[in-house]
Design a binder for this molecule. Structure first.
Ligand code: SF4
Length: 316
């Protein structure tokens, strides 16, 4: 990759000692494996809004839809300080060209979902959102976001990482200043990847691209990007991937022997039943793409959406 992907992250996940107790929450996968492809932009809301290290622990209290950020022991309310800082910080982050953000789970400042909110009686409900995370997601409503805990789920991990790599390619396409032609090429090469997220969205994107000549370029880019990010938020499933795999198989009608077709059909079926990982049928199809010089498929990002070293398609 020419440039690394720029990704926002809760600072403590990088091993920075910024937690209330002076500790960190270093995450080996994020820094070690994903870190090879990513330039992290660390954000610690509690330190950056002026609270020190160490500091008194905080929690969300009150109305779960609009909670206050209050220290646990002395009851100091930091809500306004945090919100004022967060609103300034998200504007600054616009310049960073982020392709996504990884939040620290369960934090009253950084948690993306299911953060505990305590009622007056002291009993918590797990329906809150950390104050900074909420401001960030309202400011960048379609940007891919995840929590480090959810990234242990192989499907969520694959979906998130696929989204940030796709957004990186989008940014590179923009930087090429290739106008409508570059967008048409981007769309063509992502068709199968988009199909694995949502066939309906692929059709809507196709209709938009078909009107490309009639739309001013900035409007075309803007509408395409919004729809692209919406598409990537639809998670892939084994059913959707199976549909794409059979669709891919259709390109080899005239090339494969009856035996080869049966072998590929069997592998797709094993994948669909959760017995072999996606990488197995994809590898065989990639082999046929090279063997039979399938130029259209050779350019499809679906067959190679992120580095193999990340092993994102190796799970069942
Ligand atoms: S969870 Fe957020 S606020 Fe807490 S230490 Fe980590 S980055 Fe800072």
């Amino acid at each position: 990759m020419a440039d690394k992907i720029r990704l926002g992250i809760s600072s403590c996940l990088l091993g920075e000692k910024v937690r209330y107790d002076g500790g960190h929450k270093w995450d080996r996968f994020l820094t070690g494996t994903l870190g090879k492809y990513v330039d992290f932009v660390p954000v610690c809301p509690e330190v950056e809004c002026g609270l020190g290290i160490p500091r008194e622990a905080m929690r969300l209290v009150g109305d779960a839809t609009n909670p206050r950020l209050v220290t646990v022991r002395s009851g100091v309310d930091h809500t306004e300080r945090m919100l004022a800082w967060a609103r300034r910080r998200v504007v600054e982050l616009e310049k960073e060209e982020l392709c996504g953000f990884i939040f620290k789970s369960d934090s009253p400042s950084s948690g993306m979902e299911r953060v505990k909110v305590y009622s007056a009686s002291g009993s918590p409900v797990k329906t809150g959102v950390g104050l900074f995370a909420r401001v960030f997601m309202e400011h960048f409503p379609l940007l891919p976001v995840e929590e480090e805990g959810r990234l242990h789920d192989p499907t969520l991990r694959e979906n998130f990482i696929e989204a940030i790599f796709t957004l990186k390619r989008w940014r590179e396409m923009l930087a090429s200043h290739g106008g409508r032609g570059a967008l048409v090429d981007f769309h063509t090469r992502h068709k199968l990847l988009l199909r694995s997220h949502s066939l309906e969205h692929l059709r809507r994107l196709g209709k938009l691209v078909a009107q490309a000549a009639d739309l001013p370029v900035p409007e075309l880019y803007d509408r395409y990007l919004k729809l692209l990010l919406e598409t990537l938020r639809r998670k892939t499933t084994s059913r959707k991937n199976t549909d794409v795999l059979y669709h891919l198989m259709g390109y080899f009608k005239g090339d494969l022997s009856a035996d080869e077709k049966q072998e590929l059909r069997d592998l797709i079926d094993l994948y669909h039943r959760g017995i072999v990982p996606l990488i197995v049928p994809v590898s065989l199809i990639s082999h046929y793409v090279r063997k039979y010089h399938q130029h259209y498929l050779k350019d499809q990002w679906y067959l190679n959406p992120h580095p193999l070293e990340l092993q994102l398609r190796n799970h069942v």
